[in-house]
Design a binder for this molecule. Structure first.
Ligand SMILES: *Cc1c(COP(=O)(O)O)cnc(C)c1O
Length: 378
């Protein structure tokens, strides 16, 4: 049996305690057995979201939370703005268009960071009442300044896709006044895919139109959750896992998680550069979620990833959209440590050598450990 290594930015590795909790016998979701777990999970979600507001929990992949935002915040034909600088920003555009919204697209090159000033000016000019954006653009490794974006858009409702960033990099929902924050279970929250979350700031509730989705109706979800119930059968096993995972995060502390992610990013960048590769993601500490490198000349990115997986059991993530084949991505969100980075780097170095690329050998892993050990000011 070959050992497998999962170094993608979602799904991410799941700690054994979480897996064990999910393997427990089934219980009914409307009873005291489950209610206590559900209550704790919802409470701990508030802590990770850094909010006192309700965090709604749905059985869905992360995109379900995005879908719920368009369905509950907007009416057909409504003018909205979408900030996009990658595959997940483009998902907002497609989703909003499918809901029949009048989309003002504020597009940046993939790999660029959106400018709060530009976005603020464009939103003021168009009068868009809702602005959709992405905190960590997982397709490029760029983490946007959502605090700045909220300041720039003022009274417009800001919806932040924090699916790959929540729990990995700081996001102060209440302190920054962010109206809606969305996340998913399979990234920094160290669970399998299948749970989607949406925090909704209190003042929004009075202004919400009728939901255009039955399943993702925020009002119905909130009413049920107030009684530690769920509108529909919740994903019992996943919520059990989430409760344990959030407990692990709370135990170590969120600040420790943020610091670890910065150091993992440093280690990944240092290692890739040491073997002579060029970074696609920003070469600074903002890029703490996923590290992205250009595939070296003469090497096919698809072949590199297949080689890594089939020969060495190592799964990395490919480029998305027009970057397919041109870049590869090493995720380091959630249950990752520096030895995971070392393994990923060693596997990349070995595979590139086997495929005939001219890479510097034997230096990436030591450089990664050195970079990981450097002090992080928090
Ligand atoms: C993973 C991810 C999503 C959600 O994808 P799902 O496959 O629906 O879980 C959305 N946005 C970003 C930025 C992501 O990284």
């Amino acid at each position: 049996m070959e050992k497998r290594y999962l170094f993608t930015p979602g799904p991410t590795p799941v700690p054994p305690e979480v897996l064990a909790a999910m393997a427990e016998p089934m219980v009914h979701h409307r009873g005291s057995d489950f209610r206590a777990v559900y209550e704790r999970a919802l409470e701990r979600l508030r802590d990770v979201f850094r909010t006192k507001a309700d965090v709604l929990l749905f059985a869905a992949s992360g995109t379900g939370a995005m879908d719920s935002a368009a369905a509950n915040l907007c009416t057909p034909g409504q003018r909205v703005a979408v900030v996009t600088a990658g595959a997940f920003g483009d998902r907002w555009v497609a989703l909003c268009e499918q809901y029949g919204l009048d989309v003002q697209k504020l597009a940046y090159e993939w790999g660029e960071a959106p400018s709060p000033d530009e976005v603020g000016a464009a939103v003021r000019e168009s009068g868009a009442g809702v602005v959709f954006c992405t905190h960590s653009e997982t397709s490029t490794g760029v983490v946007a300044d959502v605090q700045g974006l909220k300041q720039a858009v003022g009274d417009a409702t800001l919806v932040v896709d924090a699916i790959s960033s929540l729990g990995a990099v700081p996001l102060e929902t209440d302190a920054w006044g962010i109206d809606v924050v969305l996340s998913g279970s399979q990234k920094a929250l160290m669970c399998p895919p299948g749970l989607a979350m949406a925090s909704v700031a209190d003042p929004l509730w009075e202004r919400l139109p009728q939901s255009r989705s039955f399943y993702f109706d925020w009002r119905r979800a909130r009413k049920a959750q107030e009684m530690f119930d769920a509108a529909f059968t919740p994903a019992v096993s996943l919520i059990r896992g989430l409760e344990v995972a959030l407990g692990l995060i709370a135990e170590a502390g969120l600040d420790a998680a943020f610091e670890r992610h910065v150091r993992l990013g440093r280690a990944a960048r240092a290692g890739l550069k040491a073997m002579g590769l060029e970074l696609f993601s920003p070469d600074d500490d903002s890029s703490a979620v996923v590290t992205v490198a250009n595939v070296p000349d003469g090497i096919d990115g698809g072949e590199l990833l297949r080689h890594l997986r089939d020969r060495h059991g190592v799964t990395l993530a490919p480029g998305q959209g027009h970057l397919k084949g041109k870049i590869f991505r090493i995720g380091h969100i959630g249950w990752f440590d520096v030895f995971d980075i070392a393994a990923a780097l060693a596997a990349v170095e070995l595979s590139l050598t086997e495929l005939g690329a001219d890479v510097e050998r034997g230096v990436a892993v030591p450089r990664a450990f050195e970079a990981y050990d450097e002090h992080v000011a928090v």
